[in-house]
Ligand binder design. Structure first.
Ligand code: AOF
Ligand code: ZN
Length: 375
């Protein structure tokens, strides 16, 4: 294993911070950051802002100009080797005559996958990968999962009281978690390519499920035009009506139904997909794996589920969720209140969903628990 110096860690940490500036804008492309250092001085910095625009390395090279010659390049993802929407970054680095490239991780994109590093080495440039690899991977769970497993990375957001309840028996639920938590959810939305919800949530809460830019304003990232995630509604029974708030901003909405659309007249910008079904204890249900496959085929790699107990439970029961984000308020609602997730097929402890804590922190007056789910 190669040894990295404290300077190497310092500059790669900076490259990761730069990559985060693309958190809300690059998808489906990866968030990537790059720092170019010559003689102990930073001569260029860059990050990827948006699919179709310059890659991180090219942006950093544009700043460094002639000072890139003989420099060390820190980049959070292996430089690309292909002509895609932009020419190969490995070639740009070779042309600029840099002397060393340190990558945080190898590119999981099969068209690159080690070819960028090989190109650099062939040109006589020292190159390695792995410095702060876990931190770099955490920047792009969706991109990596789609590239490696041909499926999206799925987060499920839940909000509950301390005793795991989401609403009173009457349905009253506004608000259990605090304003701070709801603002934090805006950040989860903003970094997702798509948000999945159910007809129930859309109708009952008249939710728009969009990102409210002004609620993101206190974070550390610059806010160019926020890319609004595509809204996905699971509406088996075609209960959505054209007057709902989700249709008010005329942005794309994709509705999955159980049969052909026959009852309602949705606005033109609403796309509809008829889903195959799977058998369950309570009859034929929409095949949720088909929904995720459809999204993956469109390159949507970071998915957030914000739905009620039944739809969230169904995704979890079918082992389709990678990560759970639970906002928990310091409130006790009692045993008449509604439970967090409905999972009717789970009747023994052996069948229970097993989770692992990834992060626990306080958000305002609430707790935010981030957990990964064993698949
Ligand atoms: C990025 N930004 O900073 C780097 C990427 O469609 P293209 O031509 O932009 O190519 C996208 C691929 O390039 C992407 O899947 C990844 O493999 C590689 N590196 N991509 O969007 C960057 N360095
Ligand atoms: Zn590139």
């Amino acid at each position: 294993m190669r040894e990295y110096s404290s300077q190497d860690y310092h500059y790669m940490t900076r490259a990761i911070a730069l990559a985060k500036r693309g958190l809300y804008t690059t998808s489906p492309n990866p968030r990537v950051g790059c720092v170019i250092v010559n003689n102990g001085e930073v001569v260029g910095e860059g990050y990827h802002r948006k699919a179709g625009e310059g890659h991180a390395e090219v942006n950093a090279l544009a700043q460094a100009k002639a000072l890139a010659k003989g420099a060390t390049v820190y980049v959070t993802l292996e430089p690309c080797s292909h002509y895609g929407r932009t020419p190969p970054c490995a070639k740009a680095l070779i042309d600029a005559q840099v002397s060393k490239v340190i990558c945080a991780m190898v590119d999981p994109n099969p068209t690159v996958a080690g070819n960028g590093i090989a190109m650099l080495k062939t040109a006589g440039i020292a190159c390695s990968a792995g410095l702060l690899g876990d931190e770099a991977k955490a920047l792009n769970p969706g991109f990596i999962t789609l590239m490696e497993q041909k499926r999206p990375y799925v987060r499920c957001k839940l909000a509950a009281s301390l005793d795991g309840k989401t609403a009173m028996a009457s349905g009253e639920s506004q608000w259990i978690t605090s304003e701070n938590s709801r603002q934090d959810v805006q950040r989860l939305r903003a970094q997702s390519c798509a948000i999945i919800t159910g007809a129930d949530s859309v109708i009952t809460d008249n939710a728009r499920m969009s990102v409210r830019k002004e609620q993101l304003a206190d974070n550390d990232y610059p806010l160019p035009e926020i890319r609004q995630p595509i809204r996905i509604v699971i509406d088996s029974q075609q209960r959505l009506t054209p007057d709902l708030a989700i249709f008010s901003d005329k942005a794309p909405v994709l509705v999955f139904t159980k049969g052909p659309v026959n009852k309602v007249q949705w606005p033109d910008f609403v796309e509809h997909i008829e889903c195959p079904t799977v058998e369950s204890q309570s009859g034929h249900k929409i095949d949720l794996a088909f929904v995720l496959d459809t999204l993956a085929a469109r390159g949507l790699n970071d998915i957030l589920i914000e739905a009620g107990a039944t739809l969230c439970g169904a995704f979890i029961e079918r082992h389709l969720v990678d990560e759970l984000v639970l906002y928990q308020a310091p409130m006790l609602l009692g045993n008449e209140a509604k439970s967090l997730v409905n999972m009717p097929s789970v009747t023994t402890l052996a069948q229970a969903s097993k989770l692992t804590f990834k992060d626990v922190r306080q958000v305002g007056n609430d707790l935010r628990l981030t957990l990964s789910i064993e698949k």
